[in-house]
Design a protein around this ligand. Structure first.
Ligand SMILES: [Zn+2]
Length: 191
């Protein structure tokens, strides 16, 4: 009996009871009749979102912060609206990749963006108070063979500790001249 009970409790992580005889799938918002057992839910979930019924959710808990962050980065970089998490096609795509992943709400995304912004603002404020900084530039190449220039700033902070902040990551022109590096670093410092 143990595996059946386990499957049953897992299913309620993916469905909400919306009326006494109706449940809604949290992945695709489909509404199903509920007859007092989870068999139709298991059938729907297995057919539409892959067979992850008996899989524990430890993995999901570990990966969630990273996936949430990656989603917010995507929204910002690609100028997507926060409401992308409510788009049917996107939800189906994500559900196919990982049926156990619960997309963050619009509000959760907004809070994450605000947090990143506040951290960057704080770093900027500290750097405006310091007398001198030391800049280092590192070149690296992504898996797609695109070159990037990473500019890191080192300084002594208010509590006389050495602090390091990554100022930015710039796609790098093909000609790696000292003039280009200087121009890139200048544009980062002006931001
Ligand atoms: Zn569904």
């Amino acid at each position: 009996m143990e595996p059946a009970r386990r499957g049953r409790s897992d299913m309620w992580e993916h469905f909400n009871l919306i009326t006494p005889d109706k449940v809604r799938c949290l992945v695709c918002s489909a509404e199903l009749k509920y007859h007092g057992n989870t068999s139709s839910m298991i059938r729907h979930f297995t057919a539409k979102h892959g067979a992850a019924v008996n899989q524990g959710n430890t993995n999901q808990v570990d990966r969630k912060p990273k996936l949430d962050e990656a989603l917010v980065n995507m929204v910002v970089k690609d100028s997507q609206p926060f409401s992308i998490v409510d788009d049917c096609g996107f939800k189906e795509f994500v559900a196919l990749l990982d049926p156990t992943f619960t997309l963050p709400s619009r509000r959760a995304q907004k809070n994450m963006v605000l947090q990143i912004y506040e951290e960057e603002t704080k770093a900027k404020a500290v750097m405006q108070r310091v007398e001198a900084v030391s800049l280092t530039a590192d070149m690296w190449t992504s898996i797609n063979m695109d070159a990037y220039l990473a500019v890191t700033c080192h300084y002594v902070d208010d509590s006389v500790k050495l602090a390091t902040v990554l100022l930015g990551l710039l796609p790098f022109p093909e000609v790696h001249t000292a003039v280009n590096i200087a121009a890139a670093m200048r544009s980062l410092m002006e931001e």
